[in-house]
Design a binder for this molecule. Structure first.
Ligand code: B12
Ligand code: SF4
Ligand code: SF4
Length: 231
């Protein structure tokens, strides 16, 4: 194993640039605690810093759409594309990597992402970000056996606790969102019974969120995700 430079501010900026060129986004970082259930960065080496990698759907979708996985007709093309591209990047940086689609049992990606800051859990189930709203997908966690050489940023809060009228809650035509949470069977039943409903190009509740509108899914990306949700 080659030795790698300190995980300092220059390295971090470079990592962010490399991810962005591949269509991904560095969403945050944190130092894992014992109860985070973090896997080892590599055999026998605990993860001492975690980098949460996400995507904003449209940016990733444009690059993914030109990939071999998008055209090969096999299942889970976006997950396979993500695994190929990010595994190569992780290996070149001496980092371990885990993915949100590995499971069941699944890694608690939402819990980890809340540790990285700037997100809050929305009443819809998805995490909402102060800048990106409910539009950030979670794609991987990069695990460093070396500690951070830059202080962890003090994380800002996500938007939901201060969102008084919660427009996401009243936008669902199926009534699938309530104080009790997201009623998945009700959402699915509505989508199947209404094949031309606007929801098929993207969840209307997510589109009702006033945060991160500039990052909202295109109809093309929304339809792709909704098809995979329904399959
Ligand atoms: C299983 C799963 C589902 C299941 C069940 C969700 C559930 N009730 O738990 C189903 C199929 C219903 C589902 C649907 C969707 N999901 Co989903 N799902 C997952 C998955 C693979 C595992 C969740 C899990 O069990 N984690 C293990 C527990 C221990 O970890 P946790 O972090 O503590 O998990 C919490 C969440 O599951 C949360 N939760 C509870 N209810 C709901 C409901 C929804 C809709 C979501 C998103 C989360 C959620 O509570 C758990 C306990 O704290 C995660 C990826 C992951 N690894 O986390 C994605 C994930 C949570 N899903 C995600 C999304 C976006 C969706 C959809 C909104 C869109 C889509 N992918 O098609 C849809 C909803 C459809 C719509 N109307 O738009 C994103 C959320 C991104 C974010 N910003 O938070 C994730 C992280 C996938 C990703 N790669 O980005 N999902
Ligand atoms: S509308 Fe308000 S409560 Fe709903 S996700 Fe957006 S910020 Fe959170
Ligand atoms: S996809 Fe449509 S029916 Fe399902 S939760 Fe979103 S708004 Fe409601």
């Amino acid at each position: 194993m080659t030795s790698h430079p300190a995980r300092d501010a220059v390295w971090l900026a470079d990592l962010g640039d490399r991810l962005a060129r591949a269509g991904f986004r560095l969403l945050g970082r944190f130092e894992p605690a014992p109860d985070d259930g973090m896997p080892d960065a590599r055999a026998g080496h605990a993860a001492r810093a975690v980098f949460v990698v996400g995507s904003l759907s449209n940016a990733l979708f444009e690059i993914f759409a030109r990939s071999p996985e998008a055209a090969d007709g096999l299942p889970d093309p976006l997950d396979r594309f993500t695994r190929r591209v990010l595994t190569r990047l992780a290996e070149s940086e001496g980092l371990g990597i885990v993915f949100p689609f590995e499971g069941p049992p699944y890694h608690p990606f939402q819990r980890w992402t809340l540790r990285a800051g700037s997100f809050s859990r929305s009443p819809m189930g998805v995490l909402a970000h102060r800048t990106f709203g409910p539009w950030a997908g979670l794609r991987a966690a990069l695990l460093s056996p070396e500690p951070l050489a830059v202080p962890a940023a003090s994380p800002a809060d996500g938007p939901c606790p201060t969102c008084s009228d919660m427009p996401c809650m009243s936008a669902c035509p199926a009534g699938a969102l309530s104080q009790a949470g997201y009623d998945v069977p009700r959402c699915l039943a509505y989508l199947r019974a209404n094949p031309t409903a606007p929801c098929h190009a993207g969840c209307l509740a997510r589109h009702a969120c006033p945060f991160g509108r500039a990052h909202a899914q295109s109809a093309q990306a929304g339809s792709f995700h909704m098809r995979s949700f329904l399959s």
